[in-house]
Structures are given as C-alpha cells and as structure tokens.
Design a protein around this ligand. Structure first.
Ligand SMILES: [Zn+2]
Length: 60
C-alpha cells in the first residue's frame, strides 16, 4: 500500500468514525502518527461539512 493510498483509506475511516480501521491501516503502512491523525481529522471534517464520501461503499 502506498503512502497516498493509506492516507486516503484513513481519511475514509475518519469519515465513518471507524478508528479501529484507521489504526489498522496506520499499523500496516509506514506513515507517521501525525499524518495519521491529520488524515482522520480531514475525514471527520468532510462529514461535518456534509461532503460526500469517496469510498467504494458510499459511491452510488
Ligand atoms: Zn464511505
């Protein structure tokens, strides 16, 4: 998994409030804890702002 892919997956996990999934992706990738927290926050903000999720499960 590339760094960008990992960050995108963590962002989606943040969007869904799935901290467990975020931590699993974090553990499997080599991104920093700061980048991990940042990606989770970005996902949470997307949801707060009413933006559509970009993950496979949410796409129509
Ligand atoms: Zn989604």
């Amino acid at each position: 998994m590339t760094r960008i892919t990992a960050l995108n997956h963590i962002k989606v996990a943040g969007y869904h409030g799935d901290n467990r999934a975020a931590m699993r992706i974090y553990a499997e990738s080599r991104i920093s804890l700061a980048a991990n927290s940042n990606a989770i926050l970005q996902g949470k903000r997307m949801k707060e702002n009413g933006m559509a999720c970009t993950c496979m499960n949410c796409k129509p």
